[in-house]
Design a protein around this ligand. Structure first.
Ligand SMILES: Nc1nc2c([nH]c(=O)n2[C@H]2C[C@H](O)[C@@H](COP(=O)(O)OP(=O)(O)OP(=O)(O)O)O2)c(=O)[nH]1
Ligand SMILES: [Mg+2]
Length: 314
């Protein structure tokens, strides 16, 4: 058992055309010969952001201009314990190149899963594939209203949508879901459906969002998902988040962080507990419940992937 934790700042560097920069770790280094998100160890007295800026200057010759926290991952390798503090870098000056002779490559976001990374990186790859806003659909009276609201949300730039309509019969839900999936794909968005995991076998289904009950049942059966589609779960505690990771979820929601109109009697977690729970999770976590877009920055600083909401964007 290795006790000392090595704190590392790493960057998911994004280019406007949906490409992300990877670098090859030199063969003679820890986890050598694998692809990495560029970065390195914090030196004494440095903040994560300072370390990130210094490392990207040293390794790639670029200056960080715009960045925000993405995910923090604790991982125990047999020979080393690391805390990977990963930031999304959305603005930089200069043209990155391998200053230390390392190979660097711009990779399409959707192809990230084709690359071989150190074992700690699975949640980072999942976080890099996801946006910071997750729309959950709210009430609609007619089909026309549903699609009008969906198109408005896409126009606002929302790229991850959960179709929630618990009042619909299964057939009616699935019929609408299939049309919505087409609309979402056309605009480069992903539609998450409520339903059985067997739906993941359907070509037109891009993702499934499980209830906490479904999650518990699948976990107790020892079921596990290994595919490339998005699987998510509604979680309310650290235990549920651990189950979600164990069955192969790519992300989860954590709720209710604050009181919500949709679940007025559920006990809210509050920000301090939500932060502690998120810190233990090994998958990206969207905070849900009683928050507005103004809270997005604070959610990320507290370790969340971003915010899930009905009321903000519906
Ligand atoms: N930069 C980076 N490090 C990662 C990733 N995944 C992962 O497990 N690590 C581990 C490998 C190393 O143990 C540690 C980072 O150390 P490093 O070798 O990059 O540190 P450094 O740039 O400061 O280089 P040096 O001082 O060792 O020469 O974190 C990743 O995606 N990016
Ligand atoms: Mg490095």
């Amino acid at each position: 058992m290795v006790n000392q934790i090595v704190h590392v700042a790493a960057a998911v560097i994004e280019r406007g055309d949906d490409h992300i920069l990877l670098a090859m770790r030199p063969d003679d280094k820890h986890q050598g010969g694998l692809w990495e998100f560029p970065g390195g160890k914090l030196v004494a007295g440095e903040s994560v952001h300072e370390a990130l800026s210094r490392e990207l200057k040293e390794e790639l010759g670029i200056l960080v201009v715009d960045s925000s926290p993405l995910i923090r991952i604790h991982h125990e390798y047999p020979d080393k314990n690391v805390l990977l503090d990963v930031w999304r870098v959305t603005g930089f000056a200069g043209e990155p190149y391998g200053c230390e002779g390392q190979e660097v490559r711009w990779v399409k976001r959707e192809n990230l899963t084709h690359y071989e990374f150190p074992a700690a990186n699975n949640p980072i790859v999942a976080a890099a594939r996801l946006p910071d806003k997750y729309l959950v659909t709210g009430v609609f009276a007619t089909e026309e209203e549903l699609f009008r609201r969906l198109h408005s949300a896409m126009a606002l730039g929302l790229r991850l949508v959960q179709f929630r309509a618990p009042w619909l019969e299964s057939d009616a839900y699935m019929a609408l879901a299939e049309i919505m999936a087409g609309v979402c794909r056309e605009s480069g968005s992903t539609l998450m459906l409520k339903g059985d995991v067997s739906l993941l076998l359907e070509d037109w289904v891009d993702g499934i969002h499980l209830t906490a009950d479904q999650l518990q049942r699948l976990r107790s059966k020892g079921w596990q998902y290994c595919g490339d589609k998005l699987l998510a779960a509604s979680c309310h505690s650290d235990i549920e988040l651990a189950w979600a990771a164990a069955i192969g979820c790519s992300f989860a929601t954590l709720s209710p962080v604050h009181q919500t109109a949709s679940h007025p009697y559920a006990k809210n977690l509050g920000k301090t507990l939500a932060r502690a729970i998120t810190d233990k999770a090994v998958i990206p976590v969207f905070w849900l419940g009683g928050m507005g877009e103004d809270d997005l920055g604070s959610i990320k600083v507290n370790g969340g992937q971003g915010m899930a909401s009905i009321s903000c964007w519906w």
